[in-house]
Design a binder for this molecule. Structure first.
Ligand SMILES: NC(=O)c1ccc[n+]([C@@H]2O[C@H](COP(=O)([O-])OP(=O)(O)OC[C@H]3O[C@@H](n4cnc5c(N)ncnc54)[C@H](OP(=O)(O)O)[C@@H]3O)[C@@H](O)[C@H]2O)c1
Length: 314
C-alpha cells in the first residue's frame, strides 16, 4: 500500500525524498502525479487543496505534517478516516522557548531598551517588577500550553491556564470553559494564546475579551502573545485596543493573512512585535519518522496515537 504526499506551500519534493528513504518498500506519490487512487492507503498532508483527497477508496489514515489541523478541518470533502497530528518534543520545546522569550521581553522591557540604544539614551529608572508579580495566562492547556506553563512557572511567573475541559496542572490555577473565562482573564497581565483554530475559537481574541484582562498589573497594562493561529485574532480590535490602552502591547507570530501584507500597520507599530509564523517549526526528519512509526503501529494493530477529534476540530 502507498503513501500520497499532499503538500502545498512547502516543497513537496523534499518530503517525497524523505518518505522514500524512510519507507523504501512502499510507493510514495505526490499529488498531481499520475497514480492508481485505489493503491493509496495513507496521506501525509500539509494544506492539501480542498477536495483533493475525496476519491481515494482505500484511504485508511490522514497524517497532518504539523501540530495544527485547521488546514484539514477546513476541507468540506475530507474523507471520514482517522486524522493524526504531530506531537513532537522538539516542536514543543521550540514553542516554549518562544513563549518564555516573549514573556521575558515584556517583563524586562527589552523593546524599550532596544529603542533607547538606537537613540543613544541612558535611562535607568529602576522600574523592574519581579516575575512573581506578573500573572501569565495560558489560553490552551494542551501539549504546547502545558509545557510553556511549566517552564514559565520555573522562572517564577505567576502562571494560570484556561482550557475547554478542567485540567490539573502541577498545582497551578486552571480555569475552564465559558464559565471560567472571566476569572481567568481578570488575573492575567500577559495573555498567551496557544489555542487551536476551530469553530469554537475563531475570533476569540477580540475587544470584548481584551477588555476583561487585568487593567492594573505590574506591567502597566495587559499584553497579548498569540502563537496559535491568525484566525483566532480580530486584528482591527487589537489595533484599536492598543490605541486606547486596553492592550499595552502585542507579540504576534500568526496573522489573519500570511505572509503579513506590506501595508499592515503591525509592521511599524511601536508596541507590536511581529514574527513570521515560526514560533515552533516542525523538524521534517522527526515528523517523517513519526508518520512511518504510526503506519507501523497501525499495521501491527497497536493503535494510532495523537488522533484528532474531528467533531471538536482539534
Ligand atoms: N505558531 C506556530 O509556529 C505553531 C506551531 C505549532 C502549533 N501551533 C498552534 O498551537 C495550537 C495548539 O497546539 P497543541 O499541540 O497544544 O494542541 P492541543 O494539545 O490539541 O491543545 C489544545 C488546547 O486548547 C484547548 N481548547 C480547544 N478548544 C477550546 C475552546 N473552545 N475553549 C477553551 N479551550 C479550548 C484544549 O482544551 P482541552 O484540554 O480541554 O481539550 C487544549 O487545552 C495548534 O492547534 C496550532 O494551531 C502554532
Amino acid at each position: 500500500m502507498s503513501l500520497l504526499v499532499a503538500i502545498t506551500q512547502w516543497e513537496p519534493e523534499t518530503w517525497i525524498e524523505r518518505f522514500r528513504r524512510l519507507m523504501p518498500e512502499r510507493r510514495v506519490f505526490a499529488l498531481g502525479e499520475s497514480f492508481d487512487a485505489a493503491e493509496v492507503q495513507y496521506v501525509a498532508s500539509w494544506k492539501h487543496p480542498a477536495g483533493s483527497l475525496a476519491a481515494l477508496p482505500n484511504l485508511a489514515v490522514i497524517f497532518s505534517l504539523g501540530a495544527g489541523v485547521d488546514h484539514l478541518m477546513g476541507d468540506p470533502c475530507l474523507p471520514e478516516v482517522p486524522v493524526v497530528r504531530v506531537v513532537d518534543e522538539d516542536l514543543t520545546n521550540r514553542m516554549s522557548e518562544y513563549v518564555v522569550l516573549h514573556c521575558l521581553m515584556r517583563l524586562r522591557q527589552q523593546r524599550r531598551y532596544d529603542e533607547q540604544q538606537r537613540q543613544h539614551v541612558w535611562i535607568d529608572d529602576r522600574f523592574q517588577p519581579a516575575a512573581r508579580e506578573v500573572r501569565v495566562g495560558l489560553m490552551g492547556l494542551g501539549v504546547l500550553g502545558q509545557d510553556a506553563a511549566r517552564k514559565l512557572a520555573v522562572l517564577g511567573f505567576d502562571v494560570a491556564g484556561w482550557s475547554r475541559s478542567p485540567k490539573a496542572l502541577d498545582g497551578l490555577p486552571s480555569f475552564s470553559g465559558e464559565d471560567g473565562l472571566e476569572a481567568f482573564l481578570s488575573r492575567t497581565d500577559i495573555l498567551v494564546c496557544l489555542l487551536p483554530l476551530t469553530a469554537g475559537t475563531r475570533g476569540i481574541l477580540n475587544r470584548s475579551l481584551f477588555a476583561q484582562l487585568a487593567p492594573a498589573g505590574r506591567l502597566g497594562g495587559p499584553f497579548l502573545i498569540n502563537a496559535g493561529r491568525g484566525g483566532l485574532q480580530v486584528e482591527a480590535d487589537i489595533l484599536a485596543c492598543l490605541m486606547d490602552g486596553t492592550l499595552k502591547g502585542a507579540t504576534l507570530d500568526v496573522f489573519e493573512t500570511e505572509p503579513l501584507p506590506p501595508a499592515s500597520p503591525f509592521w511599524a507599530h511601536p508596541a507590536v512585535t511581529v514574527t513570521p509564523h515560526n514560533a515552533a517549526m516542525s523538524d521534517p526528519e522527526s515528523v517523517g519518522a513519526q508518520v512511518v512509526e504510526q503506519i507501523r503501529r497501525f499495521e501491527a494493530g497497536e493503535g494510532l496515537q495523537n488522533i484528532v477529534d474531528t467533531g471538536l476540530g482539534y
